[in-house]
Design a protein around this ligand. Sequence first.
Ligand code: C2G
Length: 142
Amino acid sequence: MRKKVDDRVGPAKRSRRRVVITYGTYDMLHVGHINLLRRARNLGDYLIVGLSTDAFNTIKHKSAYQPYAHRRRLLEALRFVDKVVPERCWEQKTRDIKKFKASVLVMGDDWKGEFDSLKKLCRVVYLKRTPSISSTQLRALT
Ligand code: C2G
């Protein structure tokens, strides 16, 4: 696994990048998240994570234990995450895929089928979810 990609590469190299994008709350980062992110990164050579903001979590009817700033710092510390952007609404995926020229959208298979409409823009891959671990379980231990 190569080191984190240097964002300052020139336009030629940037245009050859195979950008993978994924989205989530990533609360209390755990091995299920790591498995998903590592496999997603291996589908390309540049991984962008759309990280749900605290406000968007409210829309998702989901409350994170950790605030956005902490969840972001944890993701940015992972060498196979190249960029983190705020996820503010469901609809932004289309914009992001075009903006970042993503060739693959990856989500865990608990979302299977939910984003098939985006197959007109890029590959959509649903990866097997890691069993028996979730942020909800971890929160119950705090
Ligand atoms: N995941 C996994 N295995 C687990 C837990 C989570 O593979 N044991 C995956 C999920 O399928 C998702 C990603 O890790 O692809 C992030 O999970 P969450 O933080 O729970 O994200 P979610 O609330 O599903 O938000 O627009 C999409 C949403 O923002 C997804």
